[in-house]
Design a protein around this ligand. Structure first.
Ligand SMILES: NC(=O)c1ccc[n+]([C@@H]2O[C@H](COP(=O)([O-])OP(=O)(O)OC[C@H]3O[C@@H](n4cnc5c(N)ncnc54)[C@H](OP(=O)(O)O)[C@@H]3O)[C@@H](O)[C@H]2O)c1
Length: 250
C-alpha cells in the first residue's frame, strides 16, 4: 500500500480581486499576545537567496515587495544578520502616518525597530539607517568584542551585549524590550540558526519564477533534522508565489 498522502487539485491561481497592502495586513495576522517570530525570505526556482549581483532584490518582484512592505507595517522589530545589512544597504525604518493610529491602539512604538546581529561589529556605519530611523537601531553582539568597534557601535546604536549570541538569547533580548512581533528578514545564515533552535513560528517564503544559480547565496550548515511547517496560505502575483507556512504546533 502506498504511504503517500492525498494529492489535491491545482490551487486556484486565477480569479479574485487583487489584494491591497491593507488587505495584506489582515492575511498576515500577528497573535494578540505573546512573542511571534516571522521569517521572510525569497527563493528562486533553483534555491538561490540572491541574484548574480548578490542582492535579493534582483530575484524579487513587485508582488513580493508588496507583501514584504505590508508585513513590516505591524512588526515591532525587523531582525537581520549583519551580512544582510552589509549586502542590502538597509534604508531608514521610519514611522508612516497611515500606521500611526493602528500601532498606537495596539500599544506599539510608532515604527519597527531595526535589530542587527553581528559578531564582528564590522558594520556599514555610513548608512542613514542608523541616524534617520524613527527609533535608535539595536545591535546585538557577543560580550567581549573589540573595544574600539564596540565604542563605534555605541555611537550609532543601542548595543545589547549578550553572553552568548545564540538564537534564544537574540530573540529573548528583543522580547525583554517588549518587541514581541519580530520579522526576521534574513539572511540565510541567521535564519538557519533560528530554525535550528525551533524559534521560527512562521515562514513566509516567496518563490520567484527565475533561476539564478546559487553561487552568490551563502551556504548554510545542515540542520540536525528537517523542521516541518504546514501551509497556511498561498498568494500569487507577477508569476510569483507567496507562501505562508506555520511551524508544526503553532
Ligand atoms: N533571499 C532573501 O530573502 C534574502 C534575505 C536576506 C539576505 N539575503 C542575501 O543573503 C546574503 C547574506 O547572507 P548571510 O547569510 O551572510 O546573511 P546574514 O545571516 O544576514 O548575516 C550573517 C552574519 O550575521 C551575523 N550573525 C548571524 N548569526 C549570528 C549570531 N548568532 N551571533 C552573532 N552574529 C551573527 C554575523 O555577522 P558578522 O559577520 O558581522 O559577525 C554573520 O556573519 C546577501 O547576499 C543578501 O542579499 C537574501
Amino acid at each position: 500500500m502506498s504511504e503517500a498522502g492525498p494529492v489535491h487539485g491545482p490551487l486556484p491561481l486565477t480569479g479574485g480581486d487583487p489584494l491591497t497592502e491593507d488587505d495584506l495586513l489582515q492575511v498576515y495576522p500577528w497573535p494578540g499576545s505573546g512573542a511571534w517570530l516571522r521569517a521572510m525570505m525569497v527563493t528562486t526556482l533553483d534555491g538561490a537567496a540572491a541574484g548574480p549581483d548578490q542582492l535579493s532584490g534582483s530575484v524579487s518582484s513587485p508582488a513580493d515587495q508588496l507583501v514584504f512592505n505590508a508585513v513590516r507595517r505591524d512588526a515591532d522589530a525587523v531582525l537581520i544578520g549583519a551580512g544582510t545589512l552589509r549586502a542590502e544597504q538597509y534604508t531608514p525604518m521610519r514611522a508612516k502616518p497611515a500606521d500611526t493610529a493602528r500601532r498606537e491602539a495596539a500599544g506599539q512604538l510608532p515604527a519597527p525597530v531595526i535589530a542587527v546581529v553581528s559578531r564582528s561589529l564590522d558594520l556599514p556605519w555610513q548608512l542613514p539607517v542608523w541616524r534617520e530611523s524613527t527609533h535608535r537601531p539595536l545591535v546585538l553582539a557577543p560580550a567581549g568584542v573589540d573595544p574600539g568597534r564596540l565604542e563605534t557601535a555605541r555611537e550609532h546604536a543601542d548595543v545589547i551585549e549578550l553572553d552568548r549570541t545564540d538564537p534564544e538569547a537574540i530573540v529573548g533580548a528583543l522580547v525583554q524590550r517588549s518587541l514581541t512581533r519580530i520579522v526576521c528578514e534574513g539572511g540565510p545564515r541567521l535564519l538557519r540558526d533560528l530554525v535550528a533552535a525551533d524559534l521560527v513560528d512562521e515562514a513566509d517564503i516567496t518563490v520567484s519564477p527565475v533561476f539564478a544559480g546559487t553561487e552568490t547565496s551563502p551556504p548554510t550548515p545542515s540542520l540536525p533534522r528537517v523542521n516541518r511547517f504546514r501551509l497556511a496560505h498561498v498568494l500569487h502575483g507577477d508569476d510569483t508565489l507567496m507562501l505562508r507556512y506555520l511551524a508544526a504546533g503553532r
